[in-house]
Ligand binder design. Structure first.
Ligand code: LMR
Length: 327
C-alpha cells in the first residue's frame, strides 16, 4: 500500500512537472500607440507574431496597444512589480530612473534619426541600455519613431509665438525647461489624454512626431503643425532584469535574436512611416508650416540655454558623442 501511494505521488509530481513545462512563458507587452501605421505599433506586433510562431508553445507574447493596459508611467511600475514583462516607452519617460537619458531631450542636438541611430549603436548608446540595472530595468534595444514637430491652436513661426500658451509635454524636466525658455506653460500629461486636452482647451499645443500627430488625430484640433524637427522621440524596449535573467538560456537567446531582427527592420522604415503620416495629414486638410533657415536658426538660438541646465546630469562625454554622430 505504501509502495502504491509512493508511486502515485511520484506520478503526480511528474504530471505537475510536465504541466509546468507545457505552459508557455507569457510576455505581456504594453504600449500606448496605435497598432497599425505606427513605427512602434507595427514593431511590437511583428515581434509578437514572430515569437508566437517561432517559439509556439514555449513563449506567448500578448501585446496591449493604445494604453489599453497601462499608460507609460504605470507600465514602468508594473515591470518592477512583475505584472508586465515588456514595454517600449519614449526615452523621455525614464526620468525617475536615470538622468542620463536627458541627452535625448536636448533641443536641436541630433540632426535627424540617422544621427540618433549612429549614437545609439555607438559605445555610449549601448552603454546607456544598462543605465537602470540597479533599479531593475534593462534596455533591450532602441526603437525609432522620429523627429518632433510643434503644434498649437495658433500659427507658430517664430519662437515668440509660443509665449503664454499651454503645451502638453511628456514626463521630462528637459521638455518642461524647453517650454519655459519659450515663456510658455508646460504641462506633463499622459499620451492618452492629449487629444481631449487639446480639444477642450486644457492645453493649447503639443510637440510630437508626424506618426503620433496623425494616428492620434492631433492635427484635427490644432491650427497647424510647424515642421521644426527640434527634438527626437525614440523608444527604449525595456524589460525587468529579474524577468530576463530568469528566462531559460535558450529562450532568452531566441528572443534576443528575434528582437534584433525586428528592431533592424522596423528602424529602417520609421522615417518613411513618418513622412507618410505627414502626407496624410496634409491630404486630410491639416496645415503643415515649414520654417525658413533664418526662422529655424531663431528657434535653435532661443532654446540653446537649455543645454547648460542639464549638462552636469548628462555628462559632457555623452553630449560630445551625440554631436559627433551628426557627422
Ligand atoms: C508621448 O507621450 O507623446 C509619446 O511618448 C507616445 C509614444 O509612445 O510615442
Amino acid at each position: 500500500m505504501r509502495k502504491l501511494s509512493a508511486l502515485m505521488a511520484a506520478a503526480s509530481v511528474a504530471v505537475m512537472a510536465f504541466a509546468a513545462q507545457a505552459e508557455p512563458i507569457i510576455i505581456k507587452f504594453s504600449h500606448v500607440v496605435q497598432e497599425v501605421g505606427h513605427p512602434k505599433g507595427e514593431a511590437a506586433k511583428q515581434f509578437a507574431d514572430r515569437v508566437n510562431s517561432e517559439l509556439a508553445g514555449k513563449v506567448l507574447v500578448e501585446v496591449y496597444p493604445n494604453s489599453t493596459l497601462y499608460d507609460d508611467d504605470k507600465a514602468l511600475d508594473a515591470l518592477e512589480l512583475g505584472d508586465l514583462q515588456m514595454a517600449a516607452p519614449s526615452l523621455s519617460k525614464f526620468e525617475k530612473y536615470t538622468k542620463k537619458y536627458r541627452i535625448y531631450d536636448l533641443p536641436f542636438l541630433f540632426d535627424d534619426i540617422a544621427a540618433v541611430d549612429r549614437f545609439q549603436n555607438g559605445e555610449k548608446g549601448i552603454e546607456l541600455l544598462g543605465a537602470m540595472e540597479e533599479q531593475g530595468l534593462r534596455g533591450l534595444g532602441y526603437w525609432h519613431n522620429g523627429m518632433k514637430q510643434i503644434s498649437a491652436n495658433k500659427p507658430l513661426v517664430n519662437p515668440e509665438d509660443a509665449a503664454g500658451l499651454k503645451f502638453r509635454v511628456q514626463t521630462s524636466d528637459v521638455l518642461v525647461a524647453i517650454f519655459q525658455e519659450l515663456e510658455a506653460n508646460p504641462q506633463k500629461m499622459a499620451f492618452s489624454e492629449v487629444y481631449g486636452a487639446l480639444q477642450q482647451g486644457v492645453v493649447d499645443g503639443q510637440e510630437n512626431t508626424w506618426s503620433n500627430i496623425y494616428t492620434k488625430k492631433f492635427y484635427e484640433v490644432q491650427d497647424g503643425t510647424t515642421e521644426s524637427n527640434h527634438g527626437v522621440l525614440d523608444y527604449l524596449l525595456v524589460t525587468s532584469t529579474d524577468f530576463w535573467d530568469n528566462l531559460p538560456e535558450d529562450i532568452r537567446a531566441d528572443l534576443e535574436r528575434i528582437l534584433g531582427e525586428v528592431t533592424q527592420e522596423a528602424n529602417a522604415t520609421s522615417t518613411e512611416v513618418n513622412e507618410e503620416s505627414k502626407a496624410k495629414i496634409i491630404a486630410a486638410g491639416g496645415v503643415v508650416r515649414t520654417l525658413t533657415p533664418e526662422q529655424k536658426a531663431a528657434w535653435r538660438a532661443r532654446l540653446s540655454p537649455v543645454w547648460k541646465q542639464f549638462t552636469d546630469d548628462i555628462g559632457q562625454d555623452l553630449i560630445d558623442a551625440a554631436l559627433a554622430s551628426n557627422q
